[in-house]
Design a binder for this molecule. Structure first.
Ligand SMILES: Cc1cc2nc3c(=O)[nH]c(=O)nc-3n(C[C@H](O)[C@H](O)[C@H](O)COP(=O)(O)O)c2cc1C
Length: 333
C-alpha cells in the first residue's frame, strides 16, 4: 500500500487509532525508578518520541543514559504494537541533530501482515514486571538464556553472561556504587522523592514492589533506604544468573538501541518463565561503570546489568507498579 492510499479517510482514522494505541502500549515500559521519562507527539501518520526532562533523574542520571535506555524500551513497545496491529512503520532515531531530546520518529507507511511472535510479545507487554525477590528456585535453562540473548542481538545490542568470578566483581562494584551514592544528600533526596511516600501519583516505585525485609543476595540489590511490603523468601539467591547488556559504542543512539534490545530480551524472558531485575547502580557511578567495562575486557560499553532467574509457573509474581495516565504522555495534534 502506498502513502496515497492512506489518504482515504477510513485509513486515516484507523491509523490514528493505531498510533494512539501504540503510544499507550509504550506506557507499560519499565523505566529507571518508574520515572517514565518519555513524551509522545502524534500527528497524521507519525509518532514522535521525546525525552521528558521533567522526569529525568538529574543527580542519579546526569547524562540521561538510563532515561534514554528507558525511552528505548518504550519505543520498542510502540513499534511492536504497530506491527501487531498490522501496520508497517519506519523508525528514524535522532531525526533532528539539533534537538537531542527528539529521540525518534515512527512513521506509518502502510499495511503489513502481523506475525505470531509479534502478537505474543504484545500480549506479554502488560504481564512483564520487575521482580526484586531473591532467585531461589531452579536454574535458568541454557535454551532460555540463548533465546533471550538472541532477542537482544536481533535489536542491535549484546548480552554477556557473567562468570562466577565476574559476579563477585559485580557484587563489589554494586556495593561500592551504592555507598558512593548514599554519601550524597542530593542523591538520597532524589531516591526518596521517587521511591518514598511523596512520589508523584502514577509514577515511582510503590512499597508493594520493594522487599519487606533484607534479601540474601550475592549482588546487593538497590537499597531504597526503607523497607517495602513485598514478601520475600529468607533463602539466598543462589540460582541467579547475571548478564550485562552492552554495545560497541557509548552514545545516546546506543542507549536508545540498548533500550529497544532490553525490551525484546525482557519480553522474551517473561515468555520463557524467566524473571528480570535490572541493576543500574554500577552503571550510574563512573568508576564502577569502568569496572563493568573491564569485565567486558573493554570489547564494548556496559548499558545495564540484569539479574535473571527461573520463575515457578504457579507464582503470580510481585504486583505491577502504577503508570501515568496516557493523556499526560501523549500530545495529539
Ligand atoms: C534502565 C533501568 C534501570 C533500572 N534500575 C533498577 C535498579 O537498579 N534496581 C531496581 O530495583 N530496579 C531497577 N529498574 C526497574 C524499575 O524500577 C522498574 O522498571 C519500574 O519501577 C517499573 O516497574 P515494572 O518494571 O515492574 O513495570 C530499572 C529499570 C530500567 C528500565
Amino acid at each position: 500500500m502506498s502513502n496515497d492510499a492512506l489518504t482515504h479517510p477510513t485509513d486515516a482514522v484507523a491509523m490514528r487509532h493505531a498510533l494512539t494505541e501504540a503510544a499507550t502500549t509504550a506506557g507499560y515500559a519499565p523505566s529507571i525508578h518508574n520515572t517514565q521519562p518519555w513524551r509522545w507527539r502524534l500527528t497524521a501518520n507519525t509518532l514522535d518520541l521525546y525525552t521528558d526532562r521533567r522526569r529525568v533523574l538529574a543527580v542519579t542520571d546526569p547524562d540521561a543514559r538510563l532515561a534514554t535506555l528507558s525511552c528505548g524500551v518504550a519505543l520498542h513497545h510502540a513499534r511492536l504494537s504497530l506491527a501487531a496491529q498490522g501496520w508497517q512503520a519506519t523508525t528514524t532515531r535522532f531525526p533532528e541533530p539539533a534537538d537531542p531530546d527528539h529521540l525518534a520518529t515512527v512513521q506509518v507507511s502502510g499495511r503489513a501482515r502481523a506475525d505470531q511472535p509479534t502478537a505474543l510479545h504484545l500480549r506479554t507487554i502488560p504481564l512483564r514486571h520487575t521482580d526484586r525477590r531473591p532467585v531461589t528456585g531452579a536454574q535458568v535453562r541454557p535454551e532460555d538464556l540463548r533465546a533471550i540473548t538472541a532477542a537482544v542481538e536481533a535489536e542491535g545490542a549484546w548480552l554477556h553472561t557473567l562468570t562466577a568470578d565476574q559476579v563477585l566483581e559485580l557484587a563489589s562494584a554494586a556495593d561500592h556504587a551504592q555507598r558512593t551514592q548514599a554519601d550524597e544528600s542530593a542523591w538520597r533526596d532524589e531516591l526518596a522523592y521517587w521511591t518514598g511516600g511523596t512520589r508523584p501519583g502514577g509514577a515511582g516505585i510503590p512499597d508493594a514492589a520493594i522487599p519487606g525485609q533484607a534479601t540474601l543476595t550475592t549482588v546487593p540489590g538497590r537499597d531504597f533506604g526503607h523497607r517495602g511490603t513485598l514478601p520475600v523468601s529468607a533463602e539466598h539467591d543462589k540460582a541467579a544468573v547475571f548478564v550485562l547488556l552492552h554495545g560497541r559504542t557509548d552514545e545516546p543512539r546506543d542507549w536508545l538501541r540498548g533500550g529497544e534490545a532490553l525490551s525484546a530480551g525482557w519480553l522474551t524472558a517473561t515468555e520463557h518463565g524467566v524473571s528480570v531485575l535490572p541493576h543500574s547502580a554500577p552503571i550510574e557511578v563512573v568508576g564502577t561503570r569502568q569496572a563493568m567495562r573491564a569485565v567486558l575486557a573493554s570489547t564494548g560499553y556496559p548499558y545495564l546489568v540484569l539479574r535473571l532467574g527461573a520463575v515457578d509457573p504457579a507464582d503470580a509474581g510481585p504486583p505491577h507498579a502504577p503508570r501515568l495516565p496516557a493523556d499526560q504522555l501523549i500530545e495529539q495534534s
